[in-house]
Design a binder for this molecule. Structure first.
Ligand SMILES: *[C@@H]1O[C@H](CO)[C@@H](O)[C@H](O)[C@H]1NC(C)=O
Ligand SMILES: *[C@@H]1O[C@H](CO)[C@@H](O)[C@H](O)[C@H]1NC(C)=O
Ligand SMILES: *[C@@H]1O[C@H](CO)[C@@H](O)[C@H](O)[C@H]1NC(C)=O
Ligand SMILES: *[C@@H]1O[C@H](CO)[C@@H](O)[C@H](O)[C@H]1NC(C)=O
Ligand SMILES: *[C@@H]1O[C@H](CO)[C@@H](O)[C@H](O)[C@H]1NC(C)=O
Length: 253
């Protein structure tokens, strides 16, 4: 164990309220800098009224800046998910829902999708910043990737930190149809969970990713639209943008 006793105690005490699962994971790793996300309360903690049993991944081999950014972006994920969940429950199949899932889209499937991302079992789920496979270096356009040889692990590349934006920038840096949902770090993290079998349950997937195909799914294939990651990401972004500015910032749709 590289952890000193004092380090261990401080990890335990900072995480004891947030996530018992993560504590176990932190202790399992014998290498340094394994940490867990923790609740940060502040101006954007409304999501605490939505879920009391949020689950968190562990973080390994990320430096202080990276850990701080991931923590902030995880709050973004929760803020968006909570806002959108409330909207869905209150508004049901509204214009925004129809844009991305069609009139026949199943709102309950969408609700379950969101809850499962936030509350699903994240036992063993890990974010790491060490480019362990050298895949970030080989692919300078990758903000991150899912490790197929270690199912529960997501490698976050340096590009994630330099290119992704906080949700505060939504509608400020452009329309959602030009600035894609994954530009926002919290939404990108939401999407990364969909690659984990433990969370996607073999149903949620990136069936189609091109914008035209996403729109086609919404119009012609609702039963897959509600399971398709990118349809969900557009729905999240447009719905969240409605809370920011009247009419949202979908742009030319
Ligand atoms: C810890 O890190 C070292 C050096 O990076 C590596 O060789 C070793 O396999 C790691 N151990 C574990 C348990 O991950
Ligand atoms: C963390 O790593 C990033 C990327 O390598 C680097 O730009 C940043 O300066 C590092 N921060 C600290 C506090 O070491
Ligand atoms: C839906 O399917 C019809 C028939 O194939 C097609 O003409 C239409 O362009 C599709 N809608 C979208 C948005 O792609
Ligand atoms: C909907 O999409 C799925 C998966 O791509 C495909 O298998 C199915 O045929 C599509 N259904 C329609 C009605 O286009
Ligand atoms: C979309 O972006 C264009 C160009 O920046 C802007 O003129 C337009 O008002 C935006 N539309 C919405 C709905 O935000």
């Amino acid at each position: 164990m590289k952890f000193s006793f004092v380090t261990l105690i401080s990890i335990l005490s900072t995480n004891v309220l947030a996530s018992p699962i993560s504590i176990k994971l932190s202790l399992k790793s014998s290498n340094s800098s394994s940490e867990s996300l923790e609740l940060v309360t502040g101006t954007t903690d409304d999501y605490l009224n939505t879920w009391y049993d949020i689950t968190y991944p562990s973080i390994e081999n990320c430096n202080a800046t990276q850990t701080k950014m991931i923590n902030k972006y995880y709050q973004d994920l929760l803020e968006v998910a909570s806002t959108v969940r409330d909207h869905l429950i209150n508004e049901g199949v509204d214009d925004t829902f129809i844009h991305w899932f069609g009139e026949n889209g199943n709102p309950v499937a969408v609700l379950g999708f969101i809850d499962n991302i936030v509350q699903g079992n994240k036992d063993g789920v890990l974010y790491r910043c060490d480019d362990i496979d050298g895949t970030c270096a080989k692919n300078p356009t990758y903000p991150g990737y899912h490790r197929s040889i270690a199912e529960q692990e997501t490698v976050i590349c340096d590009l994630f930190f330099t290119s992704k934006r906080p949700i505060e920038d939504m509608c400020v840096i452009g329309n959602i149809t030009t600035v894609k949902p994954k530009k926002f770090a919290g939404i990108d993290l939401f999407h990364r969970f969909c690659h984990l079998e433990s969370i996607n349950k073999g149903f949620i997937a990136e069936y189609v990713e091109d914008y035209d195909q996403v729109v086609d799914y919404a119009e012609n294939n609702s039963s897959y639209a509600v399971l398709n990651v990118d349809n969900m990401l557009y729905y999240l972004a447009e719905t969240y943008s409605l809370q920011l500015t009247d009419g949202g910032c979908l742009g030319n749709y």
